[in-house]
Design a protein around this ligand. Structure first.
Ligand SMILES: Nc1ncnc2c1ncn2[C@@H]1O[C@H](COP(=O)(O)OP(=O)(O)OP(=O)(O)O)[C@@H](O)[C@H]1O
Ligand SMILES: Nc1ccn([C@@H]2O[C@H](COP(=O)(O)O)[C@@H](O)[C@H]2O)c(=O)n1
Length: 293
């Protein structure tokens, strides 16, 4: 049986979703710093395309490129003029759609995401603000054949998101009350169904994004941190020493508050038990009992 070559290996993708101003970009910056993912914001890529698209005219590289198969200078010049018009038009189209809080056609956004992924040497990506609707989701999966590892969903009330956007001060054309309302509507009607779709597949990791930045990141860290493994073949006391060193005091406190217990499975993986069948597991000091489960 053949093995999967490096070239065929799919990158790990985490979709980062949440309403406008829920703090996706802010948290992605901390994830990049702490976990080394590459952050690709669909909104940032579209904004960059408005700025540079008509200058280099290469980013989107849509079907028009195929028109040019002649070598003559005249044809080439004509081609460049047409191409510039074409990309100017795409830039204007993106700009208008962002101003109106509308979702840009998937073909455009996916091209930008694919290009950024190809140019990166990383193999783990945070794709922020995408997929924004069912069309985005289906097209991305069809084109890239990539399924997200999970969806990091920032849940935040509209009043808080509105407050945050109105004090963001980055000069964005869509950070005004009229467009914000339109973006909230699009989020409710088109983006939440995508979250629900992934939720039905058990892929949504929801975070309370209304809390202060640092607290939100604590929750994010708990989701992103790779699950640590414990060598469960060792004597029970030794295993428990390792378990104790992994469980931080904060997690211990939180887990006892929430009646969540960190246990070691037969395979040596640390596991959170919401309801453990072992009475003895009701506090983390007895976590080793779960070795038997
Ligand atoms: N937990 C938080 N508490 C208070 N303010 C926050 C929090 N997280 C982010 N902010 C601030 O709110 C504003 C919006 O945050 P950010 O740009 O990260 O949101 P976003 O979800 O990426 O927004 P958009 O989808 O509109 O691009 C920023 O000014 C940021 O500094
Ligand atoms: N998948 C996407 C993402 C964004 N847009 C457009 O960009 C605007 C800003 O997006 P942010 O994520 O930076 O808030 C958004 O309102 C859309 O107009 C898009 O079309 N498709």
């Amino acid at each position: 049986m053949g093995t999967v070559s490096d070239a065929e290996k799919k990158p790990t993708v985490i979709f980062v979703l949440g309403g406008p101003g829920s703090g996706k970009g802010t948290q992605c910056a901390s994830i990049v710093e702490n976990f080394g993912h590459t952050h690709l914001s669909a909104g940032d890529l579209l904004r960059a395309e408005i700025k540079s698209g008509s200058e280099n005219g290469m980013t989107l590289n849509l079907h028009l490129i195929e028109i040019y198969d002649e070598q003559q200078v005249m044809v080439y010049t004509k081609f460049r003029q047409i191409r510039k018009l074409f990309f100017d038009e795409i830039g204007t189209m993106i700009q208008n759609m962002i101003k109106e809080g509308k979702i840009v056609p998937s073909e455009v956004t996916i091209k930008l995401l694919q290009k950024a992924m190809h140019e990166s040497e990383n193999d783990k990506f945070l794709i922020d603000g995408f997929p924004r609707n069912e069309e985005n989701r289906a097209a991305f999966e069809a084109v890239t054949k990539i399924e997200p590892a999970f969806v990091l969903f920032f849940d935040c009330p509209e009043e808080e998101m509105e407050r945050r956007i109105l004090s963001r001060n980055e000069g964005r054309v869509d950070d005004n009350i009229e467009t914000i309302r339109k973006r909230f509507k699009v989020f409710q009607e088109s983006s939440l169904p995508v979250v629900e779709y992934y939720d039905s597949k058990g892929k949504v990791r929801k975070v309370d994004a209304a809390k202060p930045v640092e607290e939100v990141f604590e929750a994010v860290k708990a989701i992103i941190t790779p699950k640590e493994k414990v060598d469960a073949a060792k004597p029970v006391e030794e295993v428990f020493e390792v378990v104790k060193s992994i469980i931080t005091p904060k997690e211990e406190k939180d887990s006892s508050k929430r009646s969540v217990h960190l246990c070691v499975t037969k395979h040596g993986t640390l596991k959170e038990h919401l309801l453990c069948k072992f009475e003895a597991c009701k506090d983390s000091l007895n976590a080793t009992q779960c070795l038997l489960s």
